[in-house]
Design a protein. Structure first.
Length: 259
């Protein structure tokens, strides 16, 4: 039970908080929300000649004012509710279980009428905006997105690698196999940029996916050397007979003689 002196002190604090909020509402005209249109806060008759970026900034500020106004209005309602509880002799008791609310809790939150076990603010919503089900991030997510689809275009991981090229907090001692160049000390520094497999950087087709053409470059020469060294036709082994024959010298010679 709270003593009469404690109730008087809490009532005085609550009235002071209420007066402070009312003064703020009067000074800022409820954060300017009594104006019909947000452009009135800028003193503009029209937003026709304003840059869209400026309009977006003012819209953001308007949304922020709405949130601050709602917060203070909720706080004012809680203050009035606590003052009514003092007048009714129920202040300091939980609305749900009627147990005494600890004085330490009332000192920290004088507007509360609930004990900590039955506080109304314990639930944290994990709901996401419905727009996220339709509009995805521009560069997808790292590695794989939620439905398991792998993203092979320029994604968030590639974005990080581009930024990491300019330096990170890592050093050679942080890596089990540090690269020779200090500027390559970041995750997957040797990963291809703009393509996945090496052959994609020197193999091309026409708009219909035909007429395979090889464009010799350093990656192509390196791949050829590796295949010749291991005496195989592909990086994953020899081709089956029906795929291997068209690449053999005998097959090509036979086709030339047929022509």
């Amino acid at each position: 039970m709270l003593s009469n002196q404690e109730l008087s002190q809490f009532k005085k604090r609550l009235n002071h908080l209420k007066q402070d909020i009312q003064n703020r509402f009067e000074q800022n005209d409820h954060f300017g929300l009594n104006e019909s249109f947000w452009k009135e806060s800028m003193g503009e008759l029209s937003n026709y000649d304003n840059h869209p970026g400026d309009a977006g900034t003012e819209l953001f500020e308007r949304e922020k004012d709405i949130a601050l106004n709602e917060h203070l209005e909720d706080e004012l309602k809680n203050i009035d509710k606590a003052l009514v509880a003092i007048e009714n002799g129920t202040y300091g008791k939980c609305e749900v279980c009627s147990k005494d609310i600890p004085t330490e809790r009332l000192d920290a939150l004088p507007t509360t009428t609930f004990c900590i076990e039955h506080s109304q603010d314990q639930h944290t919503s994990h709901k996401r905006p419905v727009e996220e089900e339709i509009i995805g991030p521009p560069f997808k997510k790292f590695f794989k997105d939620e439905d398991g689809d792998e993203n092979v275009v320029f994604d968030a991981e590639d974005s990080w690698q581009e930024v990491a090229k300019w330096g990170t907090s890592e050093s050679p001692s942080d890596m089990s196999d540090p690269p020779d160049d200090y500027n390559e000390i970041y995750t997957d520094s040797g990963e291809n940029v703009g393509y996945v497999e090496d052959f994609e950087n020197f193999v091309g087709v026409d708009i219909e996916g035909r007429n395979i053409t090889i464009y010799p470059n350093a990656q192509h020469e390196e791949l050829e050397d590796q295949l010749d060294e291991e005496d195989i036709m592909t990086s994953y082994g020899d081709l089956p007979a029906y795929e291997k024959d068209p690449y053999t010298a005998e097959y090509l010679e036979r086709e030339r003689n047929r022509d």
